[in-house]
Design a protein around this ligand. Structure first.
Ligand code: AKG
Length: 254
């Protein structure tokens, strides 16, 4: 490992996150944006309802989240491939070989995109050990009013916290005792420029505010990789997802 990689790996273990401003340059972001537009126009209409979330299912301008983009499209598939920048970073941070699991698009639309409740991704993953990474990158500049991501520095060291239903589409669970002194004293917020990337461990507590801007959206993407040594309890994960999908369908949310 190079000195730079060793430093990233150390920081990731210590703090539960790393921040890499300018991870994608302007040209790369323009290409990702262009492909995202194409994807929304051509691919989204063919996707199952359980992978496309709207804040208001009857209003396409409130598109909130797309799940598993990389499985539906070669461009996004190549961003998750073995030699890609994202895959390489996942191996450096987790300190071992990794496998690609999910790539998502997150949008908080102007004038009311919802907040992301405090959670640990590992709660949704059902892994032993819980050793995975989410790499989140901004597709446009994100000022605090648009809903920045916030991390609780060092929260990755204390295991999974109890979660309960949040009522938020796409982030169905929220940490029950969130807001304790440790959370408040160790919060770090990430206003971003387009192309900046932040990456967190699956045990890192994080959340994002809603979008209170009247005219700016907040578009980002998230790529999830698991460490190769993790075992997934796929029966538990499937059962949870099936129950959630049924609940959302019954409420007309998907
Ligand atoms: O974009 C957001 O609001 C939050 C993303 C997030 O929580 C995640 O990628 O784990």
């Amino acid at each position: 490992m190079s000195k730079h990689s060793q430093r990233l790996n150390h920081e990731f273990k210590l703090n539960g996150y790393v921040s890499l401003p300018g991870f994608f340059n302007a040209e790369e972001i323009a290409e990702i944006q262009e492909n995202k537009e194409r994807f929304i126009r051509d691919v989204v209409p063919t996707m199952p309802k359980t992978e496309v979330y709207y804040e208001d299912a009857k209003d396409p301008s409130t598109l909130k989240q797309l799940i598993q983009l990389w499985k539906h499209d070669d461009f996004f598939g190549s961003m998750m491939a073995e030699q890609s920048k994202l895959s390489t970073l996942s191996k450096i941070c987790l300190g071992e070989k990794t496998k690609p699991i999910n790539m998502q698009y997150f949008n908080k639309h102007a004038g009311g995109g919802q907040a992301t409740p405090p959670h640990q991704d590992g709660y949704f993953f059902h892994l032993t050990p819980n050793h995975a990474i989410t790499m989140w990158f901004a597709l446009e500049d994100v000022e605090p009013e648009q809903g920045c991501v916030n991390y609780v520095q060092g929260s990755n060291k204390y295991g999974l916290r109890a979660h309960g239903a949040s009522g938020v589409l796409g982030f169905s669970q929220s940490i029950l005792d969130f807001g304790i002194d440790f959370d408040r004293e160790n919060t770090v917020s990430f206003p971003c420029k387009a192309g900046d990337l932040i990456a967190h461990h699956s045990l890192t507590t994080h959340w994002a505010d809603g979008n209170s801007s009247k005219d700016k959206s907040r578009q980002a993407m998230g790529a999830i990789f698991y460490a190769e040594s993790c075992k997934e309890n796929s029966a538990a994960k499937k059962a949870y997802q099936a129950a959630l999908d049924a609940q959302l369908a019954a409420k007309g949310r998907i």
